[in-house]
Design a protein around this ligand. Sequence first.
Ligand SMILES: [Zn+2]
Length: 137
Amino acid sequence: MKNVRLNALNMDVSVANNVFYFDEGYVQDLKPKLDFLKWKHGIGEYPVPNNAFGHMVCADSGQGSFFYVFYLKSQDGWTDIRVRAHEETHALDKMAGLQQLNGRIRASGFNVNLPDYDYETRACIGGGILLLYGDRI
Ligand SMILES: [Zn+2]
């Protein structure tokens, strides 16, 4: 096992040694980065909503599981932290599960149980709670 740092969520998470996480940072446009990762890992169709501000891509191969987050630079810090935490929550969800984040949220007094929600809503909650209450959790 090894630790992976999720900067926006402000947490370290333990993952298997064959899990590789890359925070690719800000990009000018999501599509070229996505196209590059699709080519690099031989991924087929990978839909990106037209209104996306960021993206998380995962790819499995014989060498392990690869996770990438990247995002557009937002003009305001609030949107920026929400988008980054949203994409990190997606990665966390697939890499290690949400128990650790869910525990932090609940320990801060929020009666939220992330596994009760669908994949996209879980990431919205992760990003939103970090935006609104990041100093508390
Ligand atoms: Zn999402």
